[in-house]
Ligand binder design. Structure first.
Ligand code: COA
Length: 340
């Protein structure tokens, strides 16, 4: 639990960037690959298509770099002034070095240090809180927080229960000190008792890569969808109402809900509990599917042109771990200046 103290600077989002691969994987495409239907996928998840990064040596660091570079270019940031880079991902290019180091080199952030953060679909929210702590404590002035995942690299395209869900993308935000706006409050949770519900079984130190792990398909993500769905509905709804109560926010005080995009039905249930109409809910799952750590910054990018200083945003995520949380922030700049 962390509540903003008035003696600290606030950590405000002052720039946003994104990257989406060109190639689209549509529901009709998936109908050719597994036994499923466009109607089933849309009605159960809200997804129509996802983006897939072409397999020509490009991976998560490439997408994270593109998102960061767009942010740098459109907001005229000198990369040498960035102090810290945090990349939230479960699909790093390699287990080490950190993806953040590859991005640091590619964007020319010559003064920055960095690390990766692993919290599955909650990764971006947890990274945002981490980055904000460095700003609030005065240890950093400019922190780049990136959510990036190449989910196609760990998706089994013969498993219809998972391959319809995920896509590839990256989103980036810049955090800077502000006297007026920024991250106000966070409520984050983890429950490792349910770690088995959503995991990548092999490739770590417990079961290093071997012929046996490859033959078993254990380098692909596994999900027990039904219990994860139940936990997600309860977890996201509870944490959002919790953060609203702690900050005396009613539904009419919240300008936008920025939810992790795993399933439209989970988002609808959360918005309903918060008393929000659909026009206040950022939703792009139909176009990109679940891009894991990238969903929240992708939403911020897509809605940037609507955002104005002082808008109240509630960000919320749920994912493997289990991990979940919500953050309340006040938006810091006029996004209409950055419309496409
Ligand atoms: N096409 C057609 N049928 C499918 C299918 C597909 N792609 N995937 C599963 N099915 C079938 C199942 O085999 C099952 O059939 P059965 O009743 O004969 O056994 C039936 O559809 C229902 O499966 P179920 O898993 O209960 O569906 P669901 O309504 O729970 O939807 C998910 C599945 C994955 C969409 C849903 O569980 C979900 O969104 N889970 C949470 C995802 C999430 O939030 N993850 C955390 C963050 S990443």
């Amino acid at each position: 639990m962390s509540t903003f103290s008035s003696t600290q600077p606030q950590a405000a989002i002052t720039a946003v960037g994104h990257f989406l691969p060109e190639r689209r994987l549509t529901n009709p495409d998936l109908e050719q690959m597994v036994e499923t239907s466009d109607e089933w996928i849309q009605s159960r998840t809200g997804i129509k298509e996802r983006r897939i990064l072409d397999d020509d040596g490009k991976a998560t660091a490439y997408m994270a770099t593109q998102a960061a570079q767009e942010l740098i270019d459109t907001h005229d940031i000198d990369p040498a002034t960035i102090d810290l880079i945090i990349v939230a991902t479960v699909t790093p290019d390699m287990l080490f070095p950190a993806t953040a180091c590859l991005v640091q080199d590619q964007i020319g952030a010559s003064s920055a240090w960095g690390f990766d953060l692993s919290a599955a679909c909650s990764g971006f929210l947890f990274a945002l809180t981490n980055g904000a702590s460095f700003i609030e404590s005065g240890r950093a002035e400019r922190v780049l927080v990136i959510g990036a995942d190449t989910m196609s690299s760990i998706t089994d395209y013969t498993d219809r229960s998972t391959c319809i869900l995920f896509g590839d993308a990256a989103g980036a935000v810049l955090l800077e000190p502000s006297d007026t706006y920024g991250l106000q409050d966070t409520v984050h949770h983890a429950d490792g008792a349910h770690a088995d519900l959503l995991k990548l079984p092999a490739g770590g130190s417990r079961r290093p890569a071997s012929h046996e792990t490859v033959d078993a398909g254990d380098h692909y993500l596994k999900q027990d969808g039904r219990p994860v769905f139940r936990h997600a509905v309860t977890g996201m709804s509870d944490v959002c109402t919790d953060i609203m109560e702690r900050n005396d926010l009613s539904g009419s005080d919240v300008d936008y809900l920025v939810p992790h995009q795993a399933n439209q039905r989970i988002i609808d249930a959360t918005a309903n509990r918060m008393g929000l109409s659909s026009d206040k809910v950022m939703m792009n799952i139909d176009r990109y599917g679940n891009t894991t750590a990238a969903t929240v910054p992708l939403c911020l990018y897509d809605w940037q042109h609507e955002l104005r200083p002082g808008h109240n945003l509630v960000l919320t995520t749920f994912g493997g771990g289990l991990t979940w949380g919500a953050s309340y922030l006040t938006w810091a700049y006029d996004g209409s200046e950055y419309a496409d």
